[in-house]
Design a protein around this ligand. Structure first.
Ligand code: URA
Length: 251
C-alpha cells in the first residue's frame, strides 16, 4: 500500500531530479532514457548528465600494479605515522570498487567518517553521492572509488597539516597505483594541491585537466564547499566538470 510518507518521498526525489536537470543545463525533461528496469544495476531513470554510462572497462588495457588495495591497507596497519592517530576513532582508508575507472580524492574524514570508518558518509558525502548517482548516472559503490589525502580525522575538522599530508601521501599514491583508474577527480584545494604538488587556486583552476602520474586529473570544488556556497553558478560549475569527466571516461 502506498502511504503518504511514500508520496512525500517520491515528491522529494522528483524535486531533486528537477533541480539536477536544471543544474545540468536542461530546459525540459528529456524523454529518452537508457534505464533498463531489468538491469541488476537499477539506475534511476534519466538522472544523468549524459544519456549513457561510461564505456565498458573491457576496452581498456589490463590494470597492472604490484600492490593490491588490501596490501596497501595492510601496510598502513594501525598507523601512528603522524599526530592524527591520537584523536581518531577509525582509519578511513577508502571505499568503492578496487577496479574503478573513476577515483575521487577528498581532503580528510570528518566526524561521521571517523565514526563509521567510511569516506564521505556525512552531509558532504550525501552531496557527493548525489553528484555521482543523480548527476553522473553512475553507481557510487560499483563505478567509483573514494578516498582522502589523509586517512584520519583532523581535530575539529581543521585542514590537514603539511606533515600529516606528507605522512599519508605515500599511501594515497599506492592506492591510486593499485586501482589505476582512467580518471582522477580532486575534490577541493587541499586535494588538488596535494596531487599536483603545488598551491592550487581552486576557484581559478577547477574545470581544468591535469595529470597525476600519467592519469588524467580533473579539479573541482569540494562538495562541502558546494553546500556552503550553494549557488547556481557553483552547481553548474561542478556539473560541467563532471560532464568533462564522463566524456573522458567514455573516450
Ligand atoms: N570531506 C572529505 O574531504 N572527506 C570525507 O571523507 C568527508 C568529508
Amino acid at each position: 500500500m502506498t502511504t503518504a510518507k511514500d508520496g512525500i518521498s517520491a515528491l522529494r526525489s522528483l524535486k531533486n531530479y528537477l533541480i539536477f536537470l536544471k543544474d545540468a543545463g536542461y530546459s525540459e525533461i528529456p524523454l529518452e532514457t537508457k534505464w533498463n528496469p531489468g538491469s541488476s544495476r537499477q539506475r534511476t531513470p534519466t538522472q544523468t548528465l549524459e544519456s549513457s554510462p561510461p564505456s565498458s572497462r573491457k576496452a581498456m588495457p589490463p590494470k597492472t600494479s604490484n600492490l593490491t588495495l588490501d596490501d596497501v591497507k595492510k601496510e598502513l596497519g594501525e598507523c601512528t605515522r603522524c599526530k592524527l592517530c591520537e584523536g581518531r576513532n577509525t582509519i578511513v582508508f577508502g571505499s568503492g570498487n578496487p577496479n574503478a575507472d573513476l577515483v575521487f580524492v577528498g581532503e580528510g574524514p570528518g566526524a561521521d567518517e571517523d565514526a563509521q570508518g567510511l569516506p564521505f558518509v556525512g552531509r558532504a558525502g550525501q552531496k557527493l553521492t548525489d553528484i555521482i548517482e543523480k548527476g553522473m548516472g553512475l553507481n557510487r559503490q560499483e563505478d567509483t572509488y573514494i578516498c582522502n589525502i589523509v586517512k584520519c580525522r583532523p581535530p575539529g575538522n581543521r585542514d590537514p597539516e603539511k606533515d600529516e599530508i606528507e605522512a599519508c601521501k605515500p599511501f594515497l599514491i599506492k592506492q591510486i597505483n593499485a586501482i589505476q583508474p582512467k580518471v582522477l577527480v580532486a575534490l577541493g584545494k587541499p586535494s588538488a594541491s596535494t596531487l599536483l604538488g603545488r598551491n592550487v587556486a581552486i576557484t581559478k583552476e577547477r574545470g581544468t585537466w591535469h595529470e597525476f602520474q600519467g592519469i588524467p586529473l580533473m579539479l573541482t570544488f569540494h562538495p562541502a564547499y558546494l553546500l556552503r556556497a550553494y549557488t547556481l553558478e557553483n552547481r553548474q560549475a561542478v556539473f560541467s566538470d563532471m560532464k568533462q569527466v564522463l566524456a573522458r571516461l567514455k573516450s
